[in-house]
Design a protein around this ligand. Structure first.
Ligand SMILES: C[S@@+](CC[C@H](N)C(=O)[O-])C[C@H]1O[C@@H](n2cnc3c(N)ncnc32)[C@H](O)[C@@H]1O
Length: 215
């Protein structure tokens, strides 16, 4: 019997090795933070890096930074003069994020915004995004999508993480009355199927990545 963990280990072994700085960040995240699984790991990080390299984005937006693992992956393929904006609500995370961004040599290419994404996005309305990664409070997936979709260029890509939500997104899963997060994840996943502005592709990897290509 092959488990999901064995498949992920095999996928890791047959993909680009995790860069040493990202391994250091992943290890520090697991040793020092609660809920370290929130960090994008090796395999998903390589997928973000691959997409970034293929797109060569000039403007990247990440909503939900945590320790900055995905930030560094998304920045790997930046075009010359390209820039990443990343938003994190928890100020306790700031110094670690800044330290790793600096160690990656990306201090000039990454702007970290500490604040509530809904507020911060209001100050970024002049940007045109090539690549957007939505990975914050899942109850607001739809809100963040609505706030940024008109700023994503045609052919641009939005990626939404955790859309399977541990399997609870599936309709057969019986929800508790107060499970508002799962209801929001389901509603968002269904809503974008009917949105003519995007073409969806749900990848059942890790906790589910929803790729949305802007028409
Ligand atoms: C799943 S983690 C992000 C993981 C990161 N993108 C990665 O892949 O390594 C979600 C992060 O979103 C942050 N967050 C939650 N609500 C937020 C909000 N309203 N505005 C900005 N950040 C928020 C949390 O503090 C947490 O650090």
């Amino acid at each position: 019997m092959t488990t999901d963990d064995q498949i992920l280990a095999y996928a890791n072994d047959h993909s680009e090795p995790e860069p040493p700085l990202l391994y250091q960040l992943w290890r520090e995240t697991h040793l020092q933070l609660l809920m370290p699984r929130m960090a994008t790991g090796h395999w998903q990080g390589r997928l973000l890096s691959m997409l970034s390299h293929l797109m060569r984005p000039r403007r990247v937006l990440e909503i939900g930074t945590f320790t900055g693992y995905a930030t560094l992956c998304l920045a790997e393929g930046l075009a010359e003069g390209g820039h990443v904006h990343t938003i994190e609500i928890n100020p306790e995370r700031e110094s670690r994020i800044r330290r790793y961004v600096a160690q990656a040599g990306l201090a000039a290419a990454v702007t970290l915004h500490i604040g509530n994404a809904s507020d911060v996005l209001g100050g970024l309305v002049g940007e045109v995004w090539d690549l957007v990664f939505i990975d914050a409070d899942k109850i607001n997936n739809g809100r963040y999508f609505d706030l940024v979709i008109e700023q994503v260029r045609p052919g641009g890509l939005l990626i939404v993480d955790n859309v399977l939500w541990g399997g609870k997104a599936l309709p057969d899963y019986v929800l508790k009355a107060n499970d508002h997060d799962t209801r929001a994840v389901r509603a968002f996943n269904d809503q974008v199927q009917r949105d003519p502005r995007v073409v969806p592709l749900l990848l059942p990897v890790r906790d589910g990545l929803l790729l949305l290509r802007r028409c």
